[in-house]
Write a protein that binds this ligand. Structure first.
Ligand code: 13P
Length: 255
């Protein structure tokens, strides 16, 4: 159909779920479907203990593996943490930073998220920077200011060529894990705002801005056809090979 402005990127964020069995199934199902998915980029982000399982299982496919978090320092006495260079040497290509669950449950602020983003880039990983407003903030009319503040922290921290290498994910907190996705009409203006804010300081025409929050095979296409929605960051629907594949197929059909 060729309606998309950028090559779509679909990332399955398993959060603290999954198993080696799911990894094997995902690798088999995606591997088999790959010929029809050649126009899209696909990433699976399992818990850290399953990264090597996925790397091995997906070795013969173009599907990449991502991590869900990294520490801003490259090495040191940070028991329990994993640095960006360690993720890179494990075979990861992407790392999610600033997911709303990390912001709200692990007290990550904009400055820390920006440091993690910079650390990822230094190590050759693509950071997937998550932004998004809560339901209360949306109801108070604060969506735009919240998004601006979150993306500005990244803009202030990075040099221009690095900014053009990031992926952004707009994940309205109220749509995450609720089964209620933002509508395309709700999401597009925020994606447009993100792209135009980035355009103030760099060439944002190639930056992929993903949507996340209850994306499913049934609603993916209507979101992905919007001019500034370039893919998805998928939670629940990425925990079953068939539904993740369904979303990847929906994107491929628009290419
Ligand atoms: P759900 O797709 O389960 O709503 O999760 C979205 C998300 O948080 C992905 O990072």
């Amino acid at each position: 159909m060729n309606v998309l402005q950028r090559r779509p990127l679909l990332i399955g964020n398993w959060k603290m779920n999954g198993s080696a069995e799911l990894g094997a199934e995902m690798a088999a199902v995606l591997g088999e479907a790959m010929p029809e998915l050649s126009a899209v980029d696909i990433v699976v982000s399992p818990p850290a203990t399953l990264i090597s399982v996925l790397i091995e299982g997906l070795r013969q496919t173009p599907v990449a593996v991502g991590a869900q978090n990294c520490h801003p320092e490259p090495a040191g006495a940070f028991t329990g943490e994993i640095s960006a260079p360690l993720l890179k040497s494990a075979g990861c290509s992407y790392v999610i930073v600033g997911h709303s669950e990390r912001r709200s449950l692990f007290a990550e602020d904009d400055a820390l998220v920006a440091d993690k983003c910079a650390a990822a880039l230094t190590s050759g990983l693509v950071p997937v920077v998550c932004v998004g407003e809560t339901l209360t903030q949306r109801k108070k009319g604060e969506t735009e200011s919240v998004i601006r503040q979150q993306i500005d922290a990244i803009i202030e921290r990075l040099e221009r060529p690095d900014l053009e290498r990031i992926v952004v994910a707009y994940e309205p907190v109220w749509a995450i894990g609720t089964g209620v996705s933002a509508s395309a009409e709700q999401a597009q203006p925020v994606h447009g705002l993100l792209r135009s804010r980035l355009a103030d300081v760099c060439d944002s025409s190639g930056i992929r801005i993903l949507y996340g929050g209850s994306m499913k095979p049934g609603n993916a296409a209507e979101l992905l056809v919007m001019p500034d929605i370039d893919g998805g960051l998928i939670g629940g629907a990425a925990l079953a090979a068939e539904s993740f594949l369904g979303i990847c197929r929906a994107a491929a059909e628009l290419c």
